[in-house]
Design a protein around this ligand. Structure first.
Ligand SMILES: Nc1ncnc2c1ncn2[C@@H]1O[C@H](COP(=O)(O)OP(=O)(O)OP(=O)(O)O)[C@@H](O)[C@H]1O
Ligand SMILES: [Zn+2]
Length: 720
């Protein structure tokens, strides 16, 4: 009986397409194939097989099977689920799942083997080569090195036919974790949490836990033991740890390596394509048993995923905002559900969503309320910038400067935290008042002194800082307004000329190795003052760091979107949480112009529960997440008329649905980006509503003109 294969392509198409299965190809679901699409040949994945022919319209045949490891069924279900969840086409999540395959498979290596023929003339050097070659096939350079002879000797023996070329398959195996190593001795509350996680693993099936422990309580130690339990339970089981930053990945990799004797498999944007290929294959083969990675690791082809940990689960960078839009924390729970795995969400400052799930009993709630060992939580103090302002043109207030000098005099480290890259967030002309903006974009240019450039952090546009105002032509009139980390560094160097000062931001640290080097040197005490954006504010252990100074505690409260309060609390609690993690007590000082603000008061009182309670009450009142659901629809285009027409058509096509409110269209706060105007709708729905179903129906009702791009963002984090 002929069969029809449904083939999903990693492209923006609404569904899988049908092709005829050629006789003898014997396809299976998950197989990679090539198929014709119009004039092109495209690679896709078989998602369905059924008996039949194309009826009276004959189907084009599948061209061939591609010899890559098939996608396991769990990945296919996950791709489908993710597409529906994000109200997007399944081709995008499929493309993510195939990302590791973009680099070609490793080719077999050329090696030399003994043929059995004896050399016509034996020499001591040749004897050594014969002995070394007994070990098995070896590349010619390696063979010469092993024998301690020159390359010429080996070549001569190849020419004589004593050695012959052979091809060896590349080694795709990963060393296996050593489960016999003794675990770290856990303290009683860590042990209690680890025991619960082990019980949950033993019970099997999908379960979720919130590992909610104060900064420095040792959450990593707890999930390391959960990983050990998952790995020990089944020789094929796999474990995935998701982290928000490459800089954190490095430290966690080291801790896994110390625990299991092998480095886990790494997966993030800085991993080279060949290594990605190897990781992907290792995961598909079940060989890679511990994967530590960024959010996109969720799309790897795990065969037997038993544990997923989302560390720093509250972190905003788990939300992917471009291309395929998704919240990795939610997708991690979904993947665990599909695989029947345990998912552990860990944080000192969990998201309101996760706390809400824990309160309702949907997630097992494990709390660690004290730091490990003798370490205490830091004192948090507020510096009222109205009472003790910095000198004009400076950003560090006298009390903070004093605290840094005390720390310096004691030989202890300080962290000055400001979540703003570059030197100054705004450059304006003193003569005409013109603010320097990115071309055709509603965004200020940020001054970067290291590079002498003005940079748009939104579009990536950059230009050399001009000598004259481009608007009025005045010379030397451009002034830098406000601080970024580079400017705080400048001030710190001025104040403390003998201190060793470094900057940690995405402009100074580009890759995993750079992050590791900086974190190591801070941990080793080679830096006195670290000026840092959020990359250094979370997860790290710097034993000698006793002072955290937050340069602008009000920064993320401004703008006031839905999560401003929550995000500020999390960011500052995390930053403060870097202080005093070992024996020496720590302190955090937050510079603010609004010390009476509820978020800052809660931080000062170290009263997270009070903050959460107040925030939850506010959200419930307004029907906002987690009590209601939100989505944004952003339409953009270069032609205002076409954009307006589409938005009106979309507004007119809003499906009638109970429990759903649609606001807009309105100009987006960022109304112009790269010459494209942007309009926004906001959708609020009751929890009981199938929001995705509503959005999908809505999306299908208005035809999108060519010049317009429309993005559906479920559970938006950015309100620009
Ligand atoms: N049981 C233990 N035995 C020895 N050292 C421990 C133990 N638990 C934690 N530590 C140490 O305490 C420090 C903090 O632990 P860890 O980094 O796991 O905390 P955390 O809860 O993840 O903190 P954060 O949320 O701030 O990232 C680390 O240096 C860790 O090695
Ligand atoms: Zn000017």
């Amino acid at each position: 009986m002929p069969r029809i294969a449904s083939v999903l392509l990693p492209m923006p198409l609404p569904e899988a397409f049908d092709y005829a299965e050629p006789e003898g190809l014997d396809l299976a679901i998950g197989d990679h194939v090539t198929v014709p699409l119009g004039p092109r040949v495209i690679r896709g994945v078989v998602t369905g097989l059924r008996d039949g022919t194309g009826g009276n319209r004959p189907l084009k045949p599948v061209l061939e099977r591609v010899d890559d490891p098939p996608l396991p069924p769990g990945v296919l279900s996950f791709v489908e689920w993710a597409a529906r969840y994000s109200v997007d086409v399944p081709g995008w999540p499929l493309a993510m799942a195939l990302r590791g395959l973009r680099h070609p498979a490793a080719k077999p290596d050329k090696a030399l083997v003994l043929t059995g023929a004896q050399p016509a003339r034996m020499t001591p050097a040749r004897l050594k080569v014969l002995a070394a070659a007994e070990e098995g096939p070896m590349a010619s350079g390696a063979l010469a090195a092993a024998a301690g002879v020159s390359a010429g000797v080996v070549k001569g023996m190849v020419d004589e036919g004593v050695l012959a070329v052979t091809w060896v398959e590349p080694d795709t195996r990963f060393p296996q974790p050593d489960l016999s190593r003794p675990p770290q001795t856990l303290n009683p509350s860590q042990q209690a949490s680890a025991d619960v996680l082990s019980e949950m693993l033993a019970a099997g099936g999908f379960q979720a836990a919130l590992l909610d422990g104060v900064t420095g309580s040792g959450k990593t130690e707890v999930y390391l033991e959960a990983a050990a339990a998952a790995l020990a339970a089944d020789p094929d089981s796999q474990v995935l740890i998701l982290l928000p930053e490459i800089a954190l990945t490095q430290a966690v990799l080291a801790r896994f390596e110390a625990r299991f004797g092998v480095a886990p498999v790494e997966w993030h944007s800085a991993v080279s394509p060949p290594r990605r290929r190897r990781a992907w294959e290792g995961v598909a083969a079940g060989q890679a048993r511990i994967v530590v990675g960024a959010r996109s690791a969720l799309f790897l082809p795990f065969r037997k995923l038993r544990l997923v940990v989302v560390d720093e689960e509250h972190d905003g960078s788990f939300k992917q905002e471009e291309g395929f839009i998704y919240q990795a924390r939610d997708l991690a729970v979904a993947r665990a559900k599909i695989e029947g795995a345990l998912v552990v969400l860990a944080s000192a400052t969990p998201s309101l969503e996760s706390l809400w799930n824990a309160q309702a009993g949907r997630y097992r709630w494990l709390r660690l309320s004290a730091r490990h060992g003798a370490a205490q939580l830091p004192d948090i103090g507020l510096i009222d910038m109205r009472e003790t302002p910095p000198e004009p043109g400076r950003w560090l207030s006298p009390p903070l400067v004093k605290a840094v000098s005390v720390a310096l005099s004691r030989g202890e480290q300080s962290l000055l935290f400001l979540n703003r890259r570059g030197y100054a967030p705004l450059v304006l002309c003193r003569a005409c008042g013109e603010k320097m903006k990115s071309p055709d974009t509603d965004s200020w240019l940020v001054e970067h002194r290291y590079t002498g450039r003005l940079v748009c952090h939104l579009t990536g546009f950059s230009m050399k800082k001009p000598e004259a105002c481009p608007h009025c032509g005045a010379k030397d009139s451009l002034t830098s307004i406000g601080p970024g980390v580079e400017r705080v560094e400048e001030e710190a160097r001025h104040l403390f000329p003998d201190a060793r000062i470094a900057v940690f931001s995405s402009d100074t640290v580009f890759d995993a190795a750079g992050a590791r080097a900086l974190v190591d040197s801070m941990a080793a005490g080679e830096i006195d003052i670290l000026v840092a954006t959020q990359a250094a504010a979370k997860g790290h252990n710097f034993p000698n760091l006793t002072l955290v100074g937050v340069v602008d505690a009000d920064l993320s409260l401004r703008g006031g979107d839905l999560r401003a309060g929550e995000r500020t609390f999390q960011l500052l609690a995390q930053a403060a949480g870097r202080a005093g993690r070992h024996e020496k007590p720590g302190r955090a000082l937050l510079q603010t112009y609004a010390p009476e603000h509820g978020v800052l008061q809660a931080l000062k009182a170290q009263d997270r529960d009070a903050f959460v309670e107040a925030e939850m009450a506010m959200r419930q009142e307004a029907g906002l997440p987690p009590f209601g659901r939100l989505a944004a629809v952003i339409a953009s285009g270069p032609d205002p008329v076409a954009l307006e027409a589409y938005c009106n058509a979309l507004a007119a096509a809003t499906p009638n649905a109970e429990g759903v409110e649609v606001f807009g269209p309105a100009d987006a706060p960022l109304a112009l980006v790269r010459g494209r105007r942007r309009k926004r709708f906001l959708v609020r729905a009751e929890r009981s509503v199938d929001l995705q179903g509503f959005l999908a129906a809505w999306r299908a009702r208005a035809k999108v003109p060519n010049s317009v791009r429309v993005v559906f963002d479920v559970d938006p984090y950015s309100f620009l």
